[in-house]
Each structure stands twice: as structure tokens, then as C-alpha cells.
Design a protein around this ligand. Sequence first.
Ligand SMILES: [Zn+2]
Length: 430
Amino acid sequence: MRYFFYFFYLCLILSCSQCTNTPKKNNPEEQATQVEPEYLYHLNIDSLHIISDNVQNGESVGEILNTHNISFSAIDKVARLSRKLFDLRDVKAGGNYTLLFPDSTLSRPLYFIYEINKVDFLVAKLTDTIDVYLDKKKLTIKEKTGSGIINSSLWYAMEESNLSAKLVNILADEIYPWTIDFFRLNTGDRFKVIYDAKYVDGEFIGVGKVHGAVFQTNGDDYYAIAFNEVGGFEDYFDENGNNLRKFFLKAPVSFTRISSRFTNKRKHPVTGRWKGHFGTDFAAPIGTPIYSTADGTVIEASYTRYNGYYVKIRHNSTYTTQYLHMDKSTKKLWSKKGIKKGKKVRQGVDIIGYVGRTGQATGPHVCYRFWKSGKQVDPFKTSLPPSTPVKKEKKEEFEQAKNIWIDKLNAISYPESDINQDSIQVISMY
Ligand SMILES: [Zn+2]
């Protein structure tokens, strides 16, 4: 079997477009009269003493509290009260915790705080009346801009933690999956993006909303402007107000490659017999989530010797799709998420299975089958339902928003190929 690899290196420059000015507190008059109270985890710590540490391998919260003279009955109460909020048995080795003491002897703390993640934390108040609650750190959002260029055709693995990789994921999976074929990018294709960066305590923790983007491929500019068409539900629209979201996604899995296309005649990889391949195979690692390519209703979620674990979805009276060779771990997902006949699934949102090699499959892939009016067809060679434009009554509002974002996008410059190394993050795409 032949595999084609479409691999690209990508450079991304990220810059702060709207630097937030933090007011400096160095007015001497003010300082003389009033000292600002200091807070940690939203607690006034002016008169408190702090120990911050990481949970050691195999260490329990009980042990931590006990070594700081908290009685077993108090520890038991903390454990019971916290169970509904966050089970303290789930603390991770390396997780941050803080103890706040009333005096410098550090003999018995007043508070125990555990950071569940970068935003959420649990506070246990260890005074006479023990109390446990959850709280959140303050999230700061800054609008930023970025641009990228695809400048090589070599593969390398996705790094999920990489900021630029995350942004490209959003572009490929959420904004442009209907518009741009990410299997066929060219060297020199480039993009610009305006997005929200999220910070906690000054530390970058992730990419938030993407407000607008422009992707240039094959000499064409594809604009994407975030716009709230219906209350609470946001989509991306092009400069003419056409929704970028189409009826069908191009692929049921992201960051993958097509290993076998739809054909009327091919040699079967297992049986060796010549027959048609009435599907498109997307090769992807075992366990990769599979999504329905359009909103629809599950009509089959089952197993056969040839298909392995598979799902069939009816989208409307014209279109039906099917996804084959799912991993056996899919069974657990089906029972957990109720994926069975009659279940409604949303395009690109609900996971319907995981890539596997069950049934008659040589390697891990999902075989994607597509029916139009009862006939199996190649979705890549079939005209599919068009997108719907911004509604008339929203058109003026859209025009205003669009002009703002397009002006901002046009003000961003594309990266040069000889750009200063410090400002480049090389990330991967296929
Ligand atoms: Zn196939």
C-alpha cells in the first residue's frame, strides 16, 4: 500500500498587538499613607506566613496535613467535605499546594490550598469550623496577532503543547476545514491571525477565541471573521458574509492523511482480489477521535467481520455517511456517550469512535463512506450543499465587524523567510 505524505514546516510569529499597561504603584504620597493589602488565592495574606511546595510521589494530602499538626479527625472532615468538589485522593505528584500559617512558628496552618489546574484551586479552611471550597484564579485575556508561512515539506510530529501548533489546530479544524484542503498546502502558503491569549499570574496558559484570520493559498486570500449570527452561537464568515461552515467536513479525523481514495477498481489489500473501493481511507494513529462530518442521527453503531466496529449516520433524506474499522475501545465510548441508533450527533463536536484496525483492515485508519441519494459516491468529487450567508437583518452589523477585523488583519505583516530566529516558532503541519 502506498502512503503519500504531505508535510510542512511552518513558522509562526506571535506578537502582542494590544499591550495592556499595568499601572505602576509608585506614587510616594500614596505609599506613605496606605499599603495595599496583599492577596494570594483571594485571601488576605498580610499577617500570614506561607509554605508552598509540590506533592511528592506517593504523598497524600492527609500526610501533608498531618505533618503540619492537623488532627486526623480534621483531616477526615476535609476529605469528606472536599469529595463533592474535588476528590483529594486525585492529587497529582508534582501538583502545587500552599499552606498559610498565622505566625512564623509555622506550627499549624490556617489554610491548605491545592491547585487543581492552572486556573482552579481548592481551599481548605483549617480553623475550628472546617470549610472547603473551590475558587478560580483571575484570567487575563490579551488580544494578540500572529502570522505564519509554510516553507518546507518535511514531516514532523505534532506538539500539542506548542502555542503555534494549537493555533494551527484551530485554523485547520475549526475555521477552515470546509474551505482549505490542509492535505494540499504549498510551500509559501501563509496566514495571519488575531486571537485571544489567556494568562494566569502573568503566565500564558492557552489560546482563547480567534477573532479573525486570513489564509493565503494558491494565490487566493481566504478571510475568516468570527461573527455571532444567532444568539450565543458563533461562526466564521468570509468577506462576503458567507458562512465558512459547510454542510460537510472534509475529513472525519483531524491531522491525518488520505491513504486510499475512492475508486471503482482496486486490488483489495487483504483478499488480493480486484474490486472497487467505495470509500476514502484516512490513516491516523489508533485512538484518534473520529467525528461525524455533518450533523445527523446515528442509524447503526455495530460490529461486523468486515467493517469491524463502525457507525452509520443519516444526515438528511439525501446524505448518509459511514465510518469503519474503529478501535475496540470505541465500545466503551458508545455506552458512555449513548452512541446508538437514534442518537443525534453534531458535526466535528461529538466523538463517535476511535481510529482502529478492527475488521478487514491492514493498518490503523478510518474508512469513510458516503451515500448521496442512496448511491455510494466520492465526496471529494461530488457537489455538496452550499453554505448559508449572514442573514439580511444582521448584514449591517456584520459589515461593521468585518471592516474592523479586516483592517486589523491587513495591518499585520507576513513573516519573511529570513526572519530573526528568536521570533520564530517552528511547528508542524501535514
Ligand atoms: Zn476503505
